[in-house]
Design a protein around this ligand. Sequence first.
Ligand SMILES: Nc1ncnc2c1ncn2[C@@H]1O[C@H](COP(=O)(O)OP(=O)(O)OP(=O)(O)O)[C@@H](O)[C@H]1O
Length: 275
Amino acid sequence: MDQDQGRAEEKNTDRAEEKDKDRAEDRAPALEVEAVCVELGGRLALDRVDLAVHTGELVGLIGPNGAGKTTLLRAVLGLLTPHAGSVRLAGRPASLSRGTIGYVPQRHEFAWDFPLSVEKAVLTGRAHRIGWLRRAGAEDREAVDEALRRVAMSDLRHRPIGELSGGQRQRVLVARALALRPALMLLDEPFTGLDVPTQELLTGLFEELRQEDKALLMTTHDLPAAAGMASRLCLLNRTVIADGPPETLRDPAVWLRAFGVTESDQLLTSLGVSR
Ligand SMILES: Nc1ncnc2c1ncn2[C@@H]1O[C@H](COP(=O)(O)OP(=O)(O)OP(=O)(O)O)[C@@H](O)[C@H]1O
């Protein structure tokens, strides 16, 4: 083999390796949590939690009060540091992709008394992308318009956020996360206290986002709704008790363990998994 031929073969191998790497990144889950432990106030709030969310999936993260659901979302966002384990986004350490996740916090966590219009509040969802020293550009305004349209809030874009109803506030929070055009969204109890039309609007929107190959991780206490709309359920109680498509989680023991309820509890009947 002459030198030129050797170099050409080396280049081909490099290209093939590069392609394999690209393909591996394509296959990597949008979110991968591995053996994550978080200690809060001297207690283990999360104990070796494993969870993956792939593109096109809506995973319902469910568990009783204090199970660690919000803590897990905060660990994924980098708002607190796990003392063990790893969080990866599309195959890369999450610390290298900060500010790329669309986050919908619980409604009471947002400063609604801040003097902002609906559209300015939605624009804050892009603050990380815009940077503090730059003004919003055409792409930012377009992303805000599209986000407002998708939650049916375009007509209220100039209204101060302090004057919104609970359902309108929830739609603003979802639009704020959407404005980032993220590949992964984390939603913390987005259905709490909503009327039926708003629930339907958000359910339809989340389904559309799945069709667009976004990945969604959603906490909720509305278990029948979660079972109806999620592609997978992850039952958390400090650690993962079970994880799978809703139709595979038929064993009452799993629910009893996750929620610490008795066999006669209404929860099992409402989920259709009672013995
Ligand atoms: N800052 C903190 N310091 C100490 N302990 C905390 C702190 N934040 C949360 N915890 C504790 O960590 C545990 C998990 O809380 P977390 O808020 O993640 O639960 P959750 O599943 O989201 O609950 P809920 O359904 O009530 O919202 C709870 O026992 C809680 O008391």
